[in-house]
Write a protein that binds this ligand. Structure first.
Ligand code: LLP
Length: 423
């Protein structure tokens, strides 16, 4: 079979299918651009994580930032997953999707008072605390709200995850977490605070990690901390290792599987006896999604060939922001190839999906699929150039559902109209 990235996207009679539907049929009904997600692909990853960690007491908290669409969150709720959040908005959506507060962990270096009080009222499982000041504020707000805040201390293990610098979070110079050499004192202090209950330790070293060794290094350092705390009489319940497992962006990529991760870290985590928390985002939804776009024009300029599409960096920011590679294929397979820059309509030179890429020789009105866009695609999209956000579609076997409508122009001006009249 002629698979693209994984077996849920494949060519049949030279047409690209998602599960049992020709994506072009969806495009004709929904219009472009749109994100298409394979439910089966997500469920396969859910199963892979479940199976890999079934031998150990583990709570898997889906990182909502990867794709917080309510219907996607609902898939994780149905699978009994928890949720890793980073804002009040994500908390609101996770709760709306029915994810129990007792399975929600909340990271982030800048939680506002409003967000903290919201999470306290909801009674979430854990605030993953990233600084001493946050700890003090949390204690104070918990007292005010007559609550006890459960916290995990996020340590920064100073490990290089060998990924893009913008998505490395566990190095000493990054803004995340508490330096490992200060963590012991801060944990001791946390234990002494009246409205704080220290339940765990947390680390997250980065994203799109393609090797298991950085995880092992970080988990070993964190386990050391657990033993040091034990010596001080501080008993924890949870060992949260964050997310970060990489996915396939190029067909030849070979990312580690949840099973590889389990094999690497479970021996270390189990030596502490703590319950494990995982926070995967990209590896659950990334390969399950593609951004579908239509060619508006082609253009030859100097010795360059441009394919200009109806989707832009406002829909998928990753190539512009990280120079990220996304595999791009045509919905109708063609024999003839060209080398082209595939660009969007936005007034920025950075508005590209691929540069000097060999690709099918597509023409005006042909469609392209930008693969591995299920994570950090729609969730990082914007309205730049007053472009409505793309629709989102979930495929389930031979059926498809629009799980986010395309934004309309009226929707885009709604929040400005009343104020405008008053001035
Ligand atoms: N936990 C924490 C505390 C995180 O900060 C993140 C991601 C995750 C879990 C989930 O990581 P994942 O399993 O998805 O790698 N926009 C970037 C990725 C930023 C990741 C931020 N934190 C990108 O498009 O590559």
């Amino acid at each position: 079979m002629d698979y693209v990235i994984n077996e849920n996207f494949y060519y049949k009679n030279n047409e690209l299918f998602c599960e049992e539907i020709s994506i072009k049929d969806i495009a004709k009904k929904v219009g472009t651009p749109f994100y298409v997600y394979s439910k089966k692909a997500i469920e396969e990853k859910i199963k892979a994580y479940r199976d890999a960690f079934s031998s150990y007491n583990t709570l898997i908290c889906y990182a909502a930032k990867a794709n917080p669409n309510l219907s996607i969150l609902k898939i994780f709720e149905k699978a009994d997953f928890g949720c890793d959040i980073v804002s009040g908005g994500e908390l609101y959506k996770a709760r709306k999707a029915g994810i129990p507060a007792k399975k929600i962990v909340y990271a982030g270096v800048g939680k506002t008072d409003f967000e903290i009080e919201f999470a306290l009222r909801e009674n979430i499982l854990s605030f993953n605390v990233e600084s001493e000041m946050e700890l003090d504020v949390l204690d104070e707000l918990a007292r005010k709200n007559e609550k006890k805040a459960r916290v995990s201390i996020r340590i920064n293990p100073n490990v290089d995850p060998k990924t893009h610098p913008y998505i490395s979070t566990g190095l000493r110079e990054s803004k995340f977490g508490i330096d490992i050499d200060k963590a012991l004192d801060i944990c001791k202090k946390a234990v002494s605070l009246k409205n704080i209950e220290v339940i765990g330790i947390h680390c997250h070293i980065g994203s799109q990690i393609m090797e298991i060794s950085p995880y092992m290094e970080a988990v070993e350092k964190t386990a050391d901390m657990v033993f040091k705390l034990k010596k001080e009489g501080i008993e924890l319940q949870y060992f949260d290792i964050g997310g970060g497992l990489g996915i396939r962006y190029k067909p030849e990529d070979n990312p580690p599987t949840p099973e590889d991760l389990a094999k690497g870290i479970l021996p270390i985590v189990s030596s502490t006896g703590l319950k494990l928390i995982l926070e995967p985002g990209r590896s659950l939804v990334g390969e399950a999604g593609a951004l579908i776009t239509q060619v508006i024009f082609t253009k030859d300029k100097g010795d360059k060939h441009f394919i200009i599409v109806d989707s832009g960096m406002n829909d998928l920011l990753r190539p512009a922001m990280y120079n990220a590679y996304h595999h791009i294929v045509s919905l109708d397979k063609k024999d003839k190839k060209v080398v082209a820059d595939i660009v969007g309509p936005i007034c920025e030179t950075g508005d590209f999906f691929a540069l000097d890429r060999e690709i099918d020789d597509v023409q005006r009105k042909d469609y392209l699929a930008i693969m591995s866009a299920g994570a950090y695609g729609s969730s990082m999209s914007s309205n730049y150039n007053v472009r409505p956000r793309a629709a989102e579609v979930l495929v389930d076997g031979s059926k498809f559902y629009v799980i986010r409508e395309r934004e309309s122009y009226a929707y885009l001006t709604k929040l400005e109209e009343d104020v405008f009249k008053e001035i």
